[in-house]
Design a protein around this ligand. Sequence first.
Ligand code: HAM
Length: 436
Amino acid sequence: MRASGSATQMTQAFQKVTAIRGMNDLLPGASARWEQFEAIVRAWLRSYGYRNVRTPVLENTRLFTRGIGEVTDIVEKEMYTFTDALNGDSLTLRPEMTAGIVRATIEHNLLYDRPHRVYSIGPVFRHERPQRGRYRQFHQIDVEALGFAGPDVDAELIVMLGRLWKILGLADVRLELNSLGLPAERAAHRAALIAHLEKHQDILDEDGKRRLYTNPLRVLDTKNPAMQEMADSAPRLFDFLGDESRAHFDGVCQRLADAGIAYRLNPRLVRGLDYYNSTVFEWVTDRLGSQGTVCGGGRYDGLIELLGGKPAPAVGFAIGVERLLDLWEQTVPAEPVAECEVYIVHQGEDAQRLAAKVSETLRDAGLDVIVHAGASSFKAQFKRADASGARVAVILGGDEVANQTASVKFLRQADQDGAQQQVPLAQLADVLNSKG
Ligand code: HAM
C-alpha cells in the first residue's frame, strides 16, 4: 500500500526550529534574576524622578539613518531593515532607543511646558558578530533627560550610575569622560584632522581611507597597530574646545569631584553614534573580556531639532543589560529563587478539589501557592514540593477533608520544628503567615 502525500509528510521528522543566532532565550532561573534586577533598577530610577516611556520596537528606517548618522557602523552594517510588503515602507528594528524616544517627544510635543526625565527598558537589535557580551538582540536600560541644558544634569546622570553600581555591589567599573564640544569646534577639529590623515594617507587601511572624509574621527578608533602612532599624534578635539564648552565640561568635572566620583579624561572617546556633542562618557570594566563597556551616553543637544522638533537640549545614557548582569553575577552570584512559598500536596479527588479552594484562600492572604497538578504518590509530590523551594508543604488527604484541617510541614532548616502539625483550615493562612 502506498502512503498518501500527507501521511508521508507526517512521518517525516520535523526539522527543529532554533532561535536566531545572537538572540537568546531567558529561561525561568535566569529570568528570575532579570526580574530581581529590573525591580532594583526601577526603584533606583524612581529615586531620581525618572518616569517610564515605551516606544515601538519598529520605526521608519529614516529615523535612524538621520538620527544616528549615515556613516556609523550601526547604520552602515548593523540594522535589521526590511520593506513592509503592504506599502513599501522601509522599516527597521530599533538598534537603540534614543532616536525613538526623541521622535515620540516631538510627535507628542512633550517638551511644550517643561523638561522631562524619562526611561525605557527593552530589547534592541544590531546585526553584529555574536560573542560573549555581544548579541543581535540585547536589552538596554535607556535613560534620557530631555530639555535640560546645564552640566548639573550631566553630572547627576553619572552620579546616579555610580549609585547603581553601589546598590548592586559592583566595584570594578570605571568612568571614562570626554567632551565633543560644539558643532563649530568639531568642524575646526575635523578640518585639522583630515589634513593630518591626508598627510598619512599611505598607512591608512581600507576602512581608514573610506572614512577619511566621511567620518575621520572614527578613523582614530582603529585597532590596526600600523596606524596607532598616526592616531596618537592626531590633533585632539579637546584642544579645539572654546570657552563655553570648557566651562560646561569643568562644571561637570567639579560636580563629579563633589560627589567623589573618579574619572579618566579620555580624549579619544568619541562614541559610535553621530548625535553627540559636549559631554560623553562610558563606564567600562576589565572583567568582561573585550566587551567591557557596560554603559555609554552623553549630551545630544542637536538631535531634537535634527529630527524636526523645536530646538531643545538633552542628555542620556544606555546600560547594556546582558553585560551588566554578567558582571553582577560574577560579583554577587544569584541565590536560587523559590517558585512559591506554599506547595499543596493532596491525595484523592475530594482532597484535590479542596486543595484548589484552600489555595485561593491562601492567595487572598498574600501567599504564593502552587497546587500539585494531577495525581501522583505523596512521595513524588513531596519531592516536587522540595524542588520548588517552597518553605512549607500543606498536605490534604481523606482525614483532612473529613476534619476540615490541613497538615502542615515546614521544609526549610530555619523554620523546621520537626513533625507535621494539624491546623484547622480556618486558621491555616494565619499560621502560615505567622511563621514566615
Ligand atoms: P551604545 O553605546 O551604542 O549607546 O549602547 C549602550 C550600551 O549597550 C553599550 O554600552 C553596551 O553595554 C550595550 N551594547 C551595545 N551593543 C551591544 C551588543 N551587540 N550586545 C550587547 N550589548 C550591547 C546607545 O545605544 C545610546 N542610545 C545611549 C544613549 C542614550 N545616549 C544618550 N542617550
